[in-house]
Design a protein. Structure first.
Length: 161
């Protein structure tokens, strides 16, 4: 399994992973594995309508969702860097990475539940990026809001001077 690359200056970055998604995938994988176990035990006890291959779909599902949960927990979704905000998609992040520079961001807007982030590029708020924050754990979302607000306030103070 590929490991994340070493960061030159990790104290200047904030990483937010898809841990909330990982929890959901892991629960579904555990339930799927439990069904596989139940079907296997039923088959081994000699039930006439159960066949040897019936637990396989559950096992494959559990394996795939377990790997996906590990990927979500290990890799970043958002990284706040000195350059801007790096947005990583779930699949093929090396090809589809989106970097929004701080100079491009005019304002950031969160909804009341902290589930949606809107990065506005213009003062009229007609251009930008909309991000779902549901993959990020609920306890980490206020930290993202605070960090983003502090960075934008710092940028605004620097532009006024």
């Amino acid at each position: 399994m590929a490991t994340p690359k070493k960061i030159a200056e990790p104290h200047k970055e904030l990483r937010f992973t898809r841990i909330a998604q990982a929890q959901s995938f892991m629960v579904i994988a555990a339930v799927s594995f439990a069904f596989a176990l139940l079907v296997t035990v039923t088959w081994l006890m000699g039930h006439p309508s159960f066949r040897w291959w019936m637990p396989l779909p559950f096992l494959v599902t559990a394996l795939l969702l377990g790997r996906l949960a590990g990927r979500c927990a290990r890799h970043a979704y958002l990284i706040l860097t000195p350059l801007g905000i790096e947005i990583f998609p779930l699949f093929k992040p090396q090809d589809h990475l989106n970097l929004v520079y701080w100079s491009e961001i005019n304002d950031a807007e969160f909804d009341d539940d902290l589930t949606v982030l809107k990065l506005h590029r213009t003062p009229e708020k007609n251009s930008g990026v909309v991000l779902s924050l549901r993959p990020i754990h609920q306890k980490k979302r206020p930290l993202l809001k605070k960090a983003l607000a502090a960075r934008l306030a710092e940028k605004k103070a620097a532009s006024e001077n």
